[in-house]
Design a protein around this ligand. Structure first.
Ligand code: PLP
Length: 225
């Protein structure tokens, strides 16, 4: 067995019995690597650049469920709107409105997660918890018939302090629960909690993650060029 297969099986074994599904983060990896994971049964792949995603989508099997996980510029939405299964990284009202517009043009309803900025690093995107609650309370999202908000996404601080990481995930899980009650009337489809990456997915799963986004642990260290 190749390293990729072994890595994938190891991760899937760890997730077995939990609520979490695997998003295999394939950014910067070639289509052949995705095909190899696909041949092992993996169907959900995550990408963070619209152009890279579109060219992979065209060359790979059509039953792949593509997830967009990175910061998405509004002018790129149109390229992925026809096929994207879930956008994890909705971080502004403007982006929500553009996804809605493109979804309506392609006669789709696009599932979206709202990204929560919980980490210490300023470089990370997302709504601060307070901004998120205010945005939802304003009701701006309610008329957007082309999108369905199915949960929250976050990235924890990049640190070895597992106590801190666990606290961040726990905060977002609690926020998810409050939002689900207050704004979504406990709708069953508001169920996703996208949290956990290669370095912290075990903690995330422990804290109730439903979607872990794992890249390097499966595909190896990324080569940026
Ligand atoms: C790249 C990326 C991941 C995967 O990171 P790994 O550390 O390689 O598992 C997860 N989530 C987001 C938003 C990413 O950009």
């Amino acid at each position: 067995m190749t390293a990729l297969r072994l890595n994938l099986e190891k991760v899937l074994n760890e997730l077995d019995g939990s609520d979490a599904r695997l998003v295999a983060v394939s950014k910067y990896n070639p289509a052949e690597a995705i095909k190899e994971a696909y041949d092992c049964g993996q169907r959900i792949f995550g990408e963070s650049h619209a152009q890279e995603l579109c060219s992979k989508q065209q060359s790979l099997p059509s039953d792949i469920e593509w997830h967009f996980i990175g910061h998405l510029q509004t002018n790129k939405v149109k390229y992925i709107a026809p096929f994207i299964s879930l956008i994890h990284s909705v971080d502004s009202v403007k982006l929500m409105q553009e996804i809605n517009r493109q979804a309506i043009m392609t006669e789709r309803v696009i599932d979206c997660l709202l990204q929560v900025h919980i980490a210490e690093e300023e470089t990370k995107y997302g709504f601060l918890p307070k901004e998120l609650t205010e945005m939802l309370a304003s009701g701006v999202w309610k008329d957007l018939e082309g999108i369905r908000i199915t949960g929250l996404m976050c990235m924890a601080t990049n640190t070895n302090d597992t106590y801190k990481i666990r606290n961040e995930f726990r905060t977002v899980r609690q926020l998810h629960k409050e939002i689900k009650e207050r704004f979504f009337n406990n709708a069953p489809w508001f169920k996703e909690l996208s949290m956990g990456m290669s370095n912290d997915y075990n903690i995330a799963v422990d804290e109730g993650s439903t979607l872990v986004r794992i890249g390097s642990k499966i595909f190896g260290e990324r080569i940026y060029n």
